[in-house]
Each structure stands twice: as structure tokens, then as C-alpha cells.
Write a protein of this length. Structure first.
Length: 396
């Protein structure tokens, strides 16, 4: 996106260098990397950075409204409400497609937002790895409201571990050793000293939870939640001592209800030039005349499942539970990253944490995904290079 920097990076790039970059990751975390890391970071010019930040602030204005909980009550599916919800989310991820406006200038368009953590550990690590292996320009940073990677880690430690011992805080997942994001769990454990624990391994006694590690039993006081209800529903015969909806004596870091409250369900509440028009399907008296410019999304789905890119009136009429669907104006990604053999599309995720007493969240870092496929995501980008997960360095 910055021609001189992109040209210099691409000229210096070699497949051998990229293999060495990946070899370092595999050396540091053997058997843990299970997704594609792109050959390049993204260099974001100041004008686009400012528009992204402006878009984020306008979204956060809605999330901080006094009536936001009331507006998002319907987002929590029946039977999935978890007790002891706090006042606001602990994490916020805001995803933008990089597009062009009518004047040809780069412009972010909101794709999705989540009240849920992302790869905070891996993004810190991969930024260091890019700096180690590639000649990156001065005056660019992957960080925002923190001055160093150490301050970044301190923020995460304060939020996730708090004043408890690391052994009494767990990262909760289902079969964490099989998750594609398990490298992030390993880095988080190294960074914060907390164990990734499977839901099936948690023991419940009254309102207290416990887990075992190296023959010792620990009382769980804080849960860094990385578990999504969607995954549990794909394992209907799963037997556990503890269910997420149980009333237990723990502090959720990333309370599960916020995964639903801040989600696709939020999109129709937003009014901004950076947010494509979005409608709850059951509120539409008539469909838009240009349905070819809209995409249908189930409200309760994860990782792009159930999304329909080509929509007809017959499709919409055939949906019985219209209250569970969103009709959203399509976003046209602009291929803006120059690879050695063509242009690549880009999506940028802004990653926030939100300390309990703070009036607004704190922007820490980012994540980017590069794509040549119809949609962003692994299943749409098989057999391509210069695609996958990466990080942005923003012009300061």
C-alpha cells in the first residue's frame, strides 16, 4: 500500500528467507503452527490508519452507550446465557476489508466485530520474527496505545491474570491440543504462565472449579475464555463435569455472553460510512431491489460458516427463522498488496483489551489476513502463496 516500501521489501524477499522465517517458528514451537503465515507483513499508510482509527472510535461509541446491553439482549441464544456477566467485554476485535472509495482512496469497510479475544500472544511473537528476518522500515509500528512489547505484555498480564497466581488462571478451550490456534496458547503460556485446559478436564465441586497439572490440583479463580459455544454444539455427546452455563465462583476474562452481544448482531445498530448497510432479515418489509449486492449471514455462526454470497428472493422467502439472519451489503475488497505475481486482498483486525474500570477499551495491536480467494479464510485460499495470517506495521 506504500509503493516504495513494498517495492523494497519484494526485491529483498526470497523463498529461502521465507523458509528460514518459518523454520524459526517451528523451532521455537515444534508442532504448534497449524495455519498459513503469509510471506509479508502489511505496511499501512498514515491516511488509511487514520480512517481505520476513526471507524473504530465510531463503533466504540455505540458499544459504550448506556443502553447497549438492552439493545443486545436478543443476541444471546436461548440456553446459552452464562451467569455473572460483567459490565463490558474484556476483548474487542474489529475486522475491516480494505477497499477504495469513490475517489480512489483506500477506505476500511467493517466486516465483523467480536467481543472475544484473538491471537494476542502470536501477534506479538510474529511481529518480532518479521523484524528479525526482514528489512522493515523505521517509523512503523504494530503497536498502538502502548510504547513497547513489554508494556503490551504487562497489559495482558494485568487483564488476564490480575492479582491471582498464574496457576489459578486457565486458558479454557475444548481439546486445545487440536485447535488450529494452539501456537497462540503455547505463546500465551510462555508469556503469562497460564495453562491451556480442556473443558473435559475441569472438576467441579459446588461452585468451585479445579484442574490438575503435574500431579497437583489447583483451584481455578480466573478463566481466560477461548471456548466458543458453536464448537461445543458440534460435539453433542460430550460429557463434562462443568458446563459454561453453570453458576460458578470464577471471574471470566472474556465473559462468554459478550461473544454474542458484540457480533454480527451489532451491525444493524451501526451507522457510519465505514459500515456497510446491515439489516436483521425479520425487520425487512421489502427486500432491496439489488439483492445481487447483498450477502446473507446467519447471526449465530463462526468462521464464515453458513454465509451465502449469491442471494435470491426465493432464498430469503424460504427461511423460516428470519430473526436469526442478517442481510448485509457486499463489500468489495480492493487487491492492494503487491506480490511477485499479482495483487492480493487484505483484511485488518484491530485488537483491543478493556480493563474493568476503564471507560473505553485500549487498542494494543492488530492482525491481518491476505487472500486471493473469494472470501478471506483458509478454505478459500488453498494452494495459493502470499496469503494467510500476518501483521500490519502502521505508519507513525
Amino acid at each position: 500500500m506504500i509503493q516504495s516500501i513494498r517495492q523494497a521489501y519484494n526485491q529483498a524477499f526470497s523463498p529461502e528467507q521465507y523458509r528460514a522465517f518459518l523454520d524459526q517458528i517451528h523451532h521455537d514451537y515444534p508442532g504448534q503452527l497449524d495455519f498459513r503465515v503469509a510471506e509479508t507483513p502489511v505496511f499501512v499508510p498514515i491516511a488509511l490508519k487514520n480512517r481505520i482509527l476513526e471507524a473504530c472510535e465510531s463503533i466504540i461509541d455505540i458499544l459504550t452507550r448506556e443502553d447497549f446491553k438492552e439493545l443486545s439482549e436478543a443476541a444471546i441464544p436461548p440456553g446459552q446465557r452464562v451467569p455473572n456477566e460483567n459490565d463490558h467485554t474484556s476483548f474487542l476485535a474489529i475486522d475491516f476489508a480494505i477497499c477504495r472509495d469513490e475517489t480512489g482512496e483506500l477506505m476500511p469497510q467493517l466486516i465483523e466485530l467480536q467481543g472475544f479475544p484473538s491471537l494476542f500472544g502470536f501477534q506479538s511473537y510474529v511481529s518480532e520474527n518479521f523484524r528479525k528476518f526482514y528489512p522493515l522500515p523505521d517509523g512503523f509500528s504494530h503497536l498502538f496505545d502502548v510504547d513497547s512489547d513489554e508494556t503490551y505484555r504487562q497489559h495482558l498480564r494485568r487483564l488476564i491474570v490480575g492479582l491471582e497466581q498464574p496457576e489459578q488462571t486457565i486458558l479454557l478451550e475444548i481439546f486445545p491440543e487440536k485447535q488450529k490456534t494452539r501456537i497462540d496458547f503455547a505463546i500465551t503460556q510462555e508469556m503469562l504462565g497460564i495453562e491451556a485446559v480442556c473443558l473435559t478436564k475441569i472438576q467441579k465441586e459446588g461452585r468451585k472449579l479445579f484442574y490438575e497439572k503435574d500431579g497437583q490440583r489447583y483451584h481455578i479463580k480466573r478463566i481466560y475464555n477461548r471456548l466458543i459455544f458453536d464448537e461445543l454444539e458440534t460435539i453433542p455427546d460430550l460429557i463434562t463435569d462443568f458446563r459454561l452455563t453453570d453458576d460458578v465462583d470464577v471471574e471470566w476474562i472474556g465473559h462468554p455472553n459478550w461473544f454474542f452481544r458484540i457480533s454480527k448482531h451489532t451491525l444493524p445498530l451501526l451507522d457510519s460510512p465505514y459500515v456497510p448497510a446491515s439489516y436483521y432479515l425479520n425487520t425487512l418489509e421489502t427486500y432491496p431491489d439489488d439483492l445481487e449486492n447483498y450477502v446473507l449471514k446467519p447471526l449465530f455462526s463462526f468462521a464464515g460458516s453458513g454465509v451465502k454470497l449469491s442471494v435470491t428472493r426465493e432464498d430469503l422467502d424460504g427461511i423460516v427463522d428470519k430473526e436469526n439472519y442478517l442481510l448485509q451489503r457486499k463489500v468489495h475488497y480492493e487487491p492492494v498488496i503487491q506480490s511477485p505475481d499479482g495483487l492480493v486482498k487484505c483484511e485488518i483486525r484491530m485488537l483491543y483489551i478493556w480493563h474493568e474500570k476503564d471507560p473505553r477499551p485500549t487498542l494494543l495491536t492488530n492482525l491481518a489476513r491476505l487472500s486471493r480467494g473469494e472470501m478471506i479464510g483458509v478454505r478459500f485460499n488453498k494452494d495459493f502463496d502470499w496469503v494467510g495470517g500476518t501483521i500490519c506495521f502502521f505508519e507513525e
